[in-house]
Design a protein around this ligand. Structure first.
Ligand code: ADP
Ligand code: MG
Length: 255
């Protein structure tokens, strides 16, 4: 069975969503799972962070209606593939708005993947929009990434509301959990935010193991390598923390 997850849901940029998509995706691929990451952001960071070229595959998939198998590129081994994006994804989103049944387009385009990869990860752009809705409509679950500051927790109520609307419309998307990102033990704001998160999410969605702020992520971006490649012997806190996120995901999903 193929499980589809949207990473994001909270309409804020720079919180570590794309990093989570590729770090979790590559970590699972290294553990033997087959993973496809679909980049729904016109910034094209999925390809860029993996050291690959941006490509107009989302436009081809959604506007030109090319079959998904023609839009998939191998990123590392056959275990880790991506559907890369580039600036044309912004145009695809504009066109999508004017199409009928637009919120079903992505779901339909991804349907042939059923029974293929163990996991499909949809990485979304900051901000609400047609592609974000399309991602929710194509997903079994949402995994939210929130920056550990009280301000960014605001976005969570909007997310639970959106999920409620999708469920009300008959699409059973679930909130898998919330990953607190960019934790900083030295700042009170970060500690307050964690407390507020546990309090606000009590019984609503599980709080996943968090990931601290670390310089390895910037290095990883500038090298076009994932943290598993920058630190192959997993000696950093970042790799230990992301390993915990992946273990938790495997417990929850059993893919
Ligand atoms: N835990 C972290 N600590 C420090 N920097 C991080 C962390 N996670 C991601 N980053 C960095 O923050 C920047 C934004 O991350 P990104 O994943 O692109 O965010 P988003 O997709 O939410 O816009 C990138 O330069 C990335 O390397
Ligand atoms: Mg991103």
């Amino acid at each position: 069975m193929t499980i589809t997850i949207t990473i994001g849901g909270v309409h804020k940029g720079g919180v570590g969503k794309t990093t989570a998509a590729i770090t979790v995706g590559h970590g699972l691929a290294l553990a033997g799972y087959t993973v496809l990451i679909v980049d729904l952001d016109a910034q094209g960071h999925v390809a860029y962070y993996l050291g690959l070229e941006r490509r107009p595959m989302i436009y081809r998939l959604l506007v030109d209606r090319e079959p998904i198998k023609k839009c998939v590129l191998m990123a590392r081994s056959p275990n880790l593939c991506i559907v890369p994006s580039d600036a044309s994804t912004a145009m695809a989103q504009e066109k999508l708005v004017t199409m009928r049944f637009n919120e079903l387009r992505l779901k339909q385009a991804l349907a042939p993947l059923q029974g293929g990869p163990n996991l499909v990860i949809l990485d979304t752009a900051p901000g609400a929009g047609a592609l974000h809705d399309a991602a929710m409509g194509a997903s079994d679950y949402v995994l939210a990434v929130v920056e550990a500051s009280t301000a960014s927790l605001d976005g969570l109520s909007l997310l639970t509301q959106t999920i409620g609307e999708f469920r009300g419309a008959g699409h059973p998307v679930g909130l898998l959990g919330i990953i607190p990102m960019m934790l900083d033990d030295r700042t009170l704001a970060s500690q307050d935010a964690m407390e507020a998160l546990h309090h606000a999410q009590d019984g609503l969605a599980p709080v996943y193991p968090g990931v601290h702020r670390a310089t390895i992520f910037q290095r990883s971006v500038s090298d076009g390598r994932t943290i598993w490649e920058v630190d192959p012997t997993s000696r950093t806190r970042a790799t230990a923390e992301y390993s915990a996120v992946i273990r938790r995901l495997l417990e929850d999903l059993d893919p």
